[in-house]
Design a binder for this molecule. Structure first.
Ligand code: FMN
Length: 311
């Protein structure tokens, strides 16, 4: 059993500490543990070149055009049965480096895309995506903040797991936690999170979320995109569309049953989204052939060139 700990904090800071504490808990349960501090790595931003989508959809395997340490990190993540990520809360959400890893995951690590790619590769005798991508995995998150700003953190974190459809076991935020290293209750929770992760990884099939119940009954998110002229609401995480209502003094999210098949963390929902994108990409290919499109590209490319610092 391999558990990988990833910290997005500074060297020997709060995030390193809680991540290592969770790994101590995991080790106590018999797991082999490894620790990575992502800021030690060279991880570039996703440029949106979609080389990954083109490769997946033409039976050329799972790849990225960027050359940096991401491939090494991904290999470590794919080799682990469970992953625990500790990341600082920056501007109410997760640290930019974790957002970057989330961007580098999708669409390349999207479970739906990889299922389709696997079929295309089989039919065309092409290159199949790494089999480890389609394996189940469990993951837990800890967001560490120095104040009470943290309304997007759990949502940002669960988003990383949504792309490959890894099961989220714990997803906590520690607020006012600059001195977390000496706060025993929080440290104990981090330790327990490591133990929970091993337990979940031992029984991947029945493993389920162990954190506090959210407002969305499907994905536990508390983040919604609200309408200001009705009760209509969209879950920012899983994408379910429904209504926010107040029942017995509590906020409740209700939605039609058929919405479940559209959720972004189900294969059916991923296929719906994939088909919508395919349709849009096909339209784009046709539009790009037109003079109108070419003239507009010319207009914008000729108006101003980006300025750069003098080296
Ligand atoms: C740019 C920046 C933004 C921050 N934004 C928040 C925030 O929105 N909410 C919060 O609780 N803490 C915030 N903090 C505090 C960090 O979360 C805290 O410094 C971090 O968890 C320390 O982690 P480390 O000791 O592992 O490096 C911010 C810190 C920085 C540097």
């Amino acid at each position: 059993m391999k558990i990988l700990g990833i910290s997005a904090g500074t060297k020997n800071g709060s995030n390193d500490a809680v991540c290592k504490e969770a790994l101590m808990g995991a080790k106590e349960m018999g797991a082999d543990v490894e620790f990575i501090r992502v800021l030690d790595l060279d991880i570039k931003h996703c440029t949106g070149c979609i080389a990954c989508v083109k490769a997946l959809m033409t039976g050329k395997g799972n790849l990225c055009s960027l050359k940096d340490d991401f491939e090494w990190l991904l290999d470590k993540m794919l080799n682990a049965d469970g992953i625990v990520i500790a990341a600082p809360i920056f501007e109410k959400g997760t640290a930019g480096i974790i957002r970057t890893i989330t961007d580098r995951f999708g669409p390349r690590m999207d479970r739906g895309n990889n299922v389709i790619s696997d079929k295309i590769a089989t039919a065309t005798d092409g290159k199949k995506p790494d089999t480890r991508i389609l394996k189940d995995k469990v993951i837990s998150f800890m967001g560490v903040g120095g104040s009470d700003w943290g309304t997007r953190i759990e949502c940002d974190h669960a988003m990383l797991a949504m792309t490959p459809m890894w099961k989220v076991i714990d997803n906590v935020k520690f607020q006012w936690s600059k001195k977390i290293i000496v706060e025993d209750e929080k440290i104990e929770l981090a330790h327990q999170i490591g133990k929970n992760l091993v337990e979940a990884a031992n029984d991947m099939e029945t493993a389920s979320f162990r954190g506090t119940e959210g407002v969305c009954p499907h994905c536990h998110s508390r983040n919604f995109y609200l309408s200001n002229d009705s009760t209509h609401a969209v879950c920012c995480l899983c994408g379910i569309e429904g209504d926010i209502v107040i029942e017995y003094g509590r906020t409740k999210f209700i939605f039609p049953e058929e919405q479940i098949s559209h959720t972004h963390n189900t294969l059916s929902g991923k296929f719906i989204h994939g088909n919508d994108i395919k349709r849009m990409e096909r339209e784009l290919i046709e539009i790009k052939k037109t003079d109108e499109y070419k003239n507009r590209v010319k207009k914008y490319s000729e108006f101003l060139i980006p300025i750069m610092p003098q080296k």
